[in-house]
Write a protein that binds this ligand. Structure first.
Ligand SMILES: NC(=O)c1ccc[n+]([C@@H]2O[C@H](COP(=O)([O-])OP(=O)(O)OC[C@H]3O[C@@H](n4cnc5c(N)ncnc54)[C@H](OP(=O)(O)O)[C@@H]3O)[C@@H](O)[C@H]2O)c1
Length: 279
């Protein structure tokens, strides 16, 4: 399965997330790609990710004949309020310079000359968009214009902020990456905005943000019906409503299980049941 962004670039239909793996990052990325994942998500933010260790895995994968162009690499620019003292840029430089420094350091960490997707980790402002948000977005747009990244996107964004970007940006985001709570209709407002503007929606914390779903009798019955686990029912649901799900599993068996989520199809009634489960 794959999705196509509005500029024609293809995105694999399931992503492997590299957050919180610390020193196991290289081993887990190798396991994930060997299991079959072809899209990797990381960030140039040492609090939660280790891009350089993702890069070590990529170097080793070339020896396994997994070429760079067979992988989809996505990383993020994290503003200073999301970093600790280990910022990958000069905090006293302009935001534009910070983006360019962070981007170049991501390329070096990942041993690549281009990215498939470059994402703003989150807006500077909570409500609306301020001057910093427009400066950071223009800098990210310039990386897209230079051809160094095939897609650009934004994470942790509200429907209102996304509407503003779509209205006023030169290039609206091609991807959005958000936390997906069943209690908010699985981020329904943002997903609808994405559908309206042909933006690919990536959902994270589908499992960790929705523990109550794991014990729901209707979902458990679906898992039993399809001979699978609740996690795969959630990922399959995500795919069927048009999301690209992320999984952050550290377990090789779960990697294999999660990748089998596209091997059954929920009925429209089942999709509707899950869509409204937490509301
Ligand atoms: N943009 C952002 O601000 C942001 C924030 C958070 C995350 N992310 C991205 O999203 C990625 C995924 O993170 P997440 O929190 O969304 O991960 P997740 O997949 O929702 O949760 C991972 C948890 O689910 C469990 N799990 C996965 N597959 C399972 C299965 N088949 N059966 C049972 N348990 C299963 C894992 O346990 P096991 O390890 O035991 O399998 C782990 O405890 C991150 O790595 C990161 O790339 C982005």
């Amino acid at each position: 399965m794959s999705m196509t962004a509005y500029n024609g670039v293809t995105i694999p239909g399931f992503m492997y997330g590299t957050a919180w793996k610390k020193e196991t990052t290289t081993r887990l990325v190798l396991q994930a790609v060997r299991a079959g994942f072809r899209a990797l998500d990381t960030a140039n933010q040492l609090i939660h990710y280790d891009e350089a260790l993702v890069g070590e895995a990529l170097v080793r994968l070339v020896q396994d004949d997994v070429a760079r162009n067979g992988l989809f690499l996505q990383t993020k620019f994290t503003p200073v309020n999301g970093q600790d003292h280990r910022t990958p840029y000069d905090v006293n430089a302009s935001i534009t310079t910070q983006v360019h420094q962070s981007f170049e350091s991501s390329l070096a960490h990942l041993h690549t000359e281009y990215l498939d997707s470059y994402v703003l980790h989150g807006p500077y402002h909570r409500g609306g968009l301020g001057p910093e948000d427009w400066e950071v977005w223009r800098a990210i747009e310039s990386l897209y214009a230079s051809g160094k990244t095939k897609l650009i996107g934004i994470s942790n964004v509200s429907a209102g902020q996304l509407a503003l970007l779509c209205e006023r940006a030169t290039h609206r985001p091609m991807v959005v990456q958000n936390r997906c709570y069943a209690a908010f209709g699985w981020d329904k407002a943002v997903r609808e905005m994405c559908r309206t503007h042909a933006i690919v929606y990536q959902g994270f914390s589908l499992l960790t943000a929705n523990r109550e779903v794991f014990v729901d009798p209707a979902i458990r019955a679906m898992a039993e019906k399809y001979g699978t686990g609740v996690a795969q029912v959630v990922f399959r649901f995500a795919m069927q409503v048009g999301m690209v799900p992320l999984t952050g599993t550290t377990n090789p068996q779960h990697m294999a299980d999660d990748l089998r989520a596209d091997q059954f199809t929920l009925t429209p009634d089942e999709v509707e049941r899950i869509e409204t489960i937490g509301i």
